[in-house]
Design a protein. Structure first.
Length: 241
């Protein structure tokens, strides 16, 4: 029996069908992949919240010192070395793929290495404006309405890194502290939409629950949207208000 080969036209039709199917399926696959990363991000934040709660229990209810550039004191470093979190990878958002922040690859940096400030989850700096006995001045008991008080979230440095969000938002550095307003000065961090095409930010609140903030605009503009519509300085950041 004579073997029949595909004609050129038939081959082109098959290629076209495969291309159409790929175009239909790839967005769904990418969406599913990003949903999985966001879910992992939420789970990591839950583990960080538990670690911070354990620290507070051991430190007479004080929150950890978040950021001290003069002494290279950073909360992520201290939480790991105090065994309040089991793995440095918890300090890196799953959507961050660049690998320049070494803990994202499981690398433990030296104690007090200044690069710890690029921890990708930033804590509420209003909990750490002053230091008391080697700990943050803020105690859990002074927090009013903990269900609406910001604890930590995906973050980015407020100056040049924030400006790069539109081009490469998932791969910009984080920052260890998050300030209660959309500052643009060096040494500050702001919330970051690192998920769902740079429109969604995961936030952990002091009472332990996790929520997602969603912006109608992506990237750098989402930062301003979150501070204008979701995060108010006194209502959501200052513990005693």
């Amino acid at each position: 029996m004579r073997k029949q080969n595909f004609s050129l036209i038939e081959l082109l039709v098959v290629i076209a069908v495969i291309s159409i199917l790929a175009a239909l399926l790839l967005p769904a696959l990418n969406s599913a992949r990003e949903t999985a990363k966001q879910t992992q991000c939420i789970n990591q934040e839950k583990q960080l919240v538990l670690g911070i709660a354990s620290y507070c229990s051991d430190a007479d209810d004080h929150f950890p010192i978040i950021y001290r550039w003069a002494t290279d004191h950073y909360w992520g470093d201290k939480m790991y070395r105090g065994k309040y979190i089991p793995n440095v990878r918890l300090l890196s958002c799953p959507s961050y793929a660049k690998g320049a922040f070494l803990p994202s690859r499981g690398v433990v940096m030296a104690e007090n290495d200044p690069n710890w400030k690029f921890t990708q989850y930033g804590m509420n700096w209003e909990l750490d404006n002053n230091v008391s006995d080697g700990c943050s001045f803020a105690r859990t008991g002074m927090v009013k309405n903990p269900s609406r008080k910001f604890l930590l979230s995906d973050s980015v440095a407020a100056d040049t890194s924030a400006a790069k969000v539109n081009g490469d938002g998932v791969n910009v550095y984080g920052f260890a502290r998050v300030v209660p307003a959309r500052w643009t000065s060096s040494g500050q961090g702001v919330v970051l939409a690192r998920h769902r095409q740079l429109r969604t930010c995961t936030v952990a609140w002091i009472d332990g629950h996790i929520s997602t903030l969603v912006s109608p605009v992506p990237g750098y503009d989402a930062i301003a949207y979150f501070y204008t519509n979701h995060l108010k300085q006194f209502r959501n950041f200052r513990p005693q208000d």
